[in-house]
Write a new protein. Structure first.
Length: 135
């Protein structure tokens, strides 16, 4: 487990492609220092890559159903985008709402469906996942 004592949020984006040294320099420039056990988050406008990543970031429902961790693996994952580039740009870096549910748990598999909604209650993406689990 990673210990985090404080979370700091910057409203300016950070380009992670520049490497860890540049990221550390940016943390120091924006927050004044890099402290142990502190998380530094940089907001960025939502794009299709991050929307796809969000579609696969929901806590597996089997962990909630079984109240323990079990071995899992994705069998299939399908994501549908319900907006175009200009609509996604309007979302910017505002919060999104995720709604996730699972219906069927049996024979070592469960399904998981989710929706990601904009701050203006517009459906941005929907996803469906079939997951293998072993107890």
């Amino acid at each position: 487990m990673i210990r985090v004592d404080a979370v700091w949020l910057s409203t300016e984006p950070l380009d992670m492609r520049s490497g860890t040294e540049s990221a550390l320099t940016r943390v120091v420039n924006v927050f004044g220092a890099a402290r142990p056990h502190h998380a530094y988050l940089f907001a960025r406008p939502l794009d299709f890559v991050s929307l796809a990543a969000l579609s696969d970031s929901f806590f597996p429902r089997i962990f909630l159903r079984r109240h323990k961790y079990v071995a899992i693996g994705t069998v299939s994952l399908t994501t549908y985008f319900h907006v175009d580039s200009s609509e996604l740009r309007e979302q910017g870096d505002r919060h999104v709402f995720g709604n996730v549910r699972a219906v069927n748990y049996r024979n070592g598999y469960f399904d998981q469906s989710a929706e990601i909604w904009s701050a203006d209650a517009q459906l941005l993406a929907s996803t469906h996942q079939l997951v293998y689990y072993r107890e």
